[in-house]
Structure formats: structure tokens, C-alpha cells
Design a protein around this ligand. Structure first.
Ligand code: TLP
Length: 343
């Protein structure tokens, strides 16, 4: 089976499993897991931040950030198809007591002018803006990379209004590899940022929430505990993360090449609407129009041929490349798409 549903489906390699088995561990609630501490120090140094906190998931990283930066009753500016809006089960409202102020983006990206217009005036009757969240790369936008200049300009708008910024960097490593920009060039513009080890990097679990403010770190540990994310001998998971960071960053380029190849092939199929030029990284989002089958039937027909993808609403589908997809599997996926979507 060729599984393009997500880059989260990868399985740890034998070498990664060996690194996990060998990990030195301790109780991380006491701050005594040497492998977790090593991972946190490694990631903080990589992104030029003072601290990084290991959390079980990308969702928890985002939700800690929202809780830490806001007061209940405030609102958070975020793009309308962001993961925080679409896939986190309303956690910002349920757990932090804030509302989300959505801005419709272009392939997931919002502009400094849109952000400026969305910031609420500081007057007693109006809800107050507590945080601005960006997502890079943007999942539902199709793995879109935020131009650094746009981030810089949004940061300057946020600074003028004294509003903190958080980055959902679940796939920031994809942006870093595609642009060859140093990790800190993105990180410097955010008060907090989260990165995931369980997406393209191929680790089984784990994300890191980074910050410069050490009081924020203390509060983050308390909220992580409150949200049920404080773990014990989590060095076993951290060891997989360290292995992934040491071995799996540069190879993301292969995933980007494979996604581009898929998009170029899809573009040739008459029922498919996709612009291969829009594929910046490892995610291909495409529409199927005028096909005799509906989306669930198309997904089932592809599965029948040995290819898994996700229907993501309306006539849209998502295919994601990752480390368990070889060049030969990419070619085969192209053939299957051509066969099933042609008629
Ligand atoms: N995204 C998953 C699904 O939840 C949609 C996927 O298959 O792409 N931020 C972004 C941008 C994400 O894409 C994801 C996962 C997360 C956060 C959450 O990560 P986890 O699943 O670790 O909570």
C-alpha cells in the first residue's frame, strides 16, 4: 500500500528503534531525564531560543502557546483554514476561553494589511486581540511557505500593537530545507514557536515549544501538566527525536521532489485542478471536478488500486509525501492517479 494520507504515518526505522532502546532515561517531571534535556537544549540552540519544552503533540504545543499568551475573553488572530481552527477540536475556546478571529488567506497565508485590519481597537466595548498565530508551512494551504519578508512585516504590525506572536511550525523543517534559510531566521520573529518531530522527520511522537522568556517556560510546564502532557521516562521518545534531527532533516528535499512530481502528473489529468507550481514542499492539495464518482468513492477506488489519500472536504483531496515513500512508489502513485481519475 502506498500511503499518502499524511507524513505522520511513517514508522520508526530499526536504527531509530535502537536509539530509543539505548536511551538514558529519568523522570522528566523532576527534570531528570537526560535525553529529554538533551533534545530540548539541542532544539533551543538550533532555533536560537533560550528554552524548548518537550510536549507529546503539535496540538499541545499550539494550545499551550494560546493559553500562555492570552486571557479568557480575548481573541486570537489566525488564518481560517489553520490547523488551530480546523483540527484542534475547538481547544482554544474549550481550554483557554478565547475566541478565534479567522482571516481568509491565500493558500493559507495572510498579509500584514489583513492582520492590521483584524487587530481590535483598545477600547472598553471591543473584544481584545491577545495573540497572532501563523502556520509555516501551511498544511491546508498545500504545504505553503511563508515568505520571510511577510513574517517580518506581520511582526512589525504586532509589535506596534504590543501583541505576541506564535508560530505553528509543525512542518517548519520543510520550509527550512526548501528555502535553505537558517532556522533562527524564522524563529526570531515569534514569542513562541512549536515544531513537530512526528511529521516529515519520522519520529513516532513529540513536539517542542520554544521561547526566550524563562517565566513563560515555568508557566508552560504548569499548563503542560494541567493538560495532561507531563511525561515520565519520555527520553525513549526524545531519543527518537534526536535521531530524527540528526538523520532526517536533509532528506526532506526528496519528499519535496516527489510531491512536485505527483503534482505535475496530476495536472495532466483532465478531471484534476492543481497548479504544480504552487507545490512548495511535501503536500499536494488538488480538486477533482466532473468525475463520475464522489470523493469517498474516489478514495475507495484509489485504495482498491493500492493508494491511500485523504478527501479533505468539498471536491478537495490531499496527498502528502514522506520518508516511507520512495521514488519508485511516487511513480506508481502517478500511474494509479492517472488510471483512476481519468474516467
Ligand atoms: N496535522 C495532521 C492532521 O491533524 C490534519 C496531518 O495529517 O497533517 N499543526 C499542523 C500544521 C499540523 O499539520 C498538525 C498535524 C498539527 C499541528 C498537530 O500535530 P499533532 O497531530 O502532533 O497534534
Amino acid at each position: 500500500m502506498i500511503d499518502l494520507r499524511s507524513d505522520t504515518v511513517t514508522k520508526p526505522s530499526d536504527a531509530m528503534r535502537k536509539a530509543m532502546a539505548r536511551a538514558e532515561v529519568g523522570d522528566d517531571v523532576y527534570g531528570e531525564d537526560p535525553t529529554v534535556n538533551r533534545l530540548q537544549d539541542m532544539v533551543a540552540a538550533m532555533f536560537g531560543k533560550k528554552a524548548a519544552l518537550f510536549v507529546p503533540s503539535g496540538t499541545m504545543g499550539n494550545q499551550l502557546a494560546i493559553r500562555l499568551h492570552t486571557q479568557p475573553s480575548q481573541e486570537v488572530i489566525v488564518e481560517s483554514t489553520a490547523h488551530i481552527v480546523r483540527y484542534e477540536q475547538g481547544a482554544a475556546g474549550a481550554l483557554a476561553g478565547v475566541q478565534l478571529h479567522w482571516i481568509a488567506g491565500n493558500r493559507g497565508l495572510i498579509s500584514p494589511e489583513q492582520v492590521e485590519a483584524a487587530i481590535r481597537p483598545k477600547e472598553p466595548n471591543t473584544v481584545q486581540t491577545g495573540l497572532i498565530c501563523l502556520e509555516n508551512t501551511h498544511n491546508s494551504g498545500g504545504g505553503t511557505i511563508y515568505p520571510l519578508a511577510t513574517i517580518e512585516r506581520i511582526r512589525s504590525v504586532a509589535a506596534t500593537h504590543g501583541i505576541p506572536m506564535h508560530l505553528d511550525g509543525a512542518r517548519l523543517f520543510n520550509a527550512i530545507v526548501a528555502t535553505t534559510l537558517p532556522p533562527a531566521s524564522y524563529a526570531q520573529h515569534f514569542d513562541t514557536l512549536s515544531v513537530c518531530l512526528s511529521k516529515g522527520l519520522g519520529a513516532p511522537a513529540g513536539s517542542l515549544l520554544m521561547m526566550n522568556d524563562l517565566t513563560l517556560l515555568d508557566r508552560a510546564k504548569r499548563v503542560r501538566r494541567m493538560y495532561g502532557g507531563a511525561m515520565r521516562q519520555s527520553g525513549i521518545l526524545a531519543a527518537a527525536g534526536i535521531y530524527a534531527l540528526e538523520h532526517h532533516i536533509d532528506r526532506l528535499k526528496d519528499d519535496h521532489d516527489h510531491a512536485k512530481r505527483l503534482a505535475r502528473r496530476l495536472q495532466q489529468i483532465p478531471t484534476v485542478r492543481v497548479n504544480a507550481q504552487d507545490v512548495d514542499t511535501n503536500i499536494v492539495i488538488f480538486d477533482v471536478i466532473g468525475h463520475r464518482h464522489n470523493p469517498p468513492t474516489i478514495v475507495a477506488a484509489l485504495k482498491q488500486e493500492g493508494l491511500l489519500i485523504n478527501a479533505i472536504g468539498g471536491v478537495s483531496f490531499r496527498a502528502v509525501t514522506h520518508m516511507d515513500i520512495s521514488s519508485a512508489m511516487t511513480d506508481e502513485a502517478c500511474e494509479i492517479f492517472a488510471r483512476v481519475l481519468a474516467d
